[in-house]
Design a protein around this ligand. Sequence first.
Ligand code: ATP
Ligand code: MG
Length: 387
Amino acid sequence: MTAAILVRYGEIALKGKNRMFFEKTLLENIKFALKGLGARVVRMHGRLLIMGAADEEEEITRRLSRVFGVVSVSSVETAPLDLEAIKEKALEIMERSLLPGDSFKVEARRSNKSFPLTSPELNRIIGGAILEKYPRLKVDLENPSFQLFIEVGAREAYIYHDHVAGPGGLPVGSSGRALLLLSGGIDSPVAGWMAMKRGLRLEALHFHSYPFTGLRSREKVIDLCRILSRYGGKMQLHLVNVAGIQKEIRASCPAALGIILLRRMMMRIAGQISRSRGLQALVTGESLGQVASQTLESMIAIDSVTSMLILRPLLGMDKHEIVALAEKTGTYEISIRPYEDCCTLFLPRHPATRPRLEKVVQAEAALDAGGLTAAALENMETMLIED
Ligand code: ATP
Ligand code: MG
């Protein structure tokens, strides 16, 4: 038995000349998401049709509902382009479905203009056939308790009644490539998810402080990448040890500026990695006002070391909204594992909340920023993660 699943994609249809590129990217991402399932993807006018084994239908739908660019998916019945055949399938679906109320609506869409009936005509005829078989039902165009959809395609018609929502957004890769600064916390994986939702393909960069941070922290970040790869495909993860940098900062700089100085080193390193790998922006999980290093003054002091564009998708979000998204995407469970992060490790008791840039630059003069950056990059590890 084969199952047919209709995929709707929204925003990309609006993108004019870019449409071909968007569709191609979406198609590739869907094929990647369905890898190993033996499903076939057929392009249709403004839609995609997935043909797969009936016993894999649920899994296909689940995976499709994670692909950015997908607005919704529906399991459909297919019928030849013949009114009687369409009617028969429509009645079959009605018979199979638990009708939740006493009203319904038929909504036909005809992309194949050579089909002899218009959409309103189809609505009337199929609606009439349903009324004849189920006299207790009535038609309600405004607020029906049951909807039956018919799409007349080039070679077949598709009849269905429910939609599973996709994540929307733009296909990953259609907006460019960026580097996600991924800690083991709650925020940065959500920031990554949101950046991917707007079509960015990501590589991830994690700073650790081995041996002060253990292998469990490393595993945690790998697991987070694994979850993100469900949405964005295979992901490069770069691991950079900043233990040496932290030691230098502690030895030579005022404790209150420790976090800011470490962040500035992280940005330098991130900027260099981005440039050498042709990535166009950095993505962080910063929000505004959450902690000392997330005031405007701190962000200014941190950003000023790099000319890279820094995207902060969580800027306008409250913590509980971020947590809700983390739960929805599946990263929350991993983020709350208790292993230490390099930034919390040497946390000063009273971090500066409104550091003046001149003061920061002055304090930093005690460090060999270039040498430390180069040394950290020399020992960078890179791995390719997929779920
Ligand atoms: P998160 O939950 O993402 O750790 P947070 O609320 O704890 O964020 P900070 O600790 O101030 O905030 O970190 C701000 C951002 O800096 C993070 O979201 C992340 O993008 C980046 N960052 C912090 N620590 C690391 C790290 N060890 N490796 C890579 N990026 C980091
Ligand atoms: Mg953190």
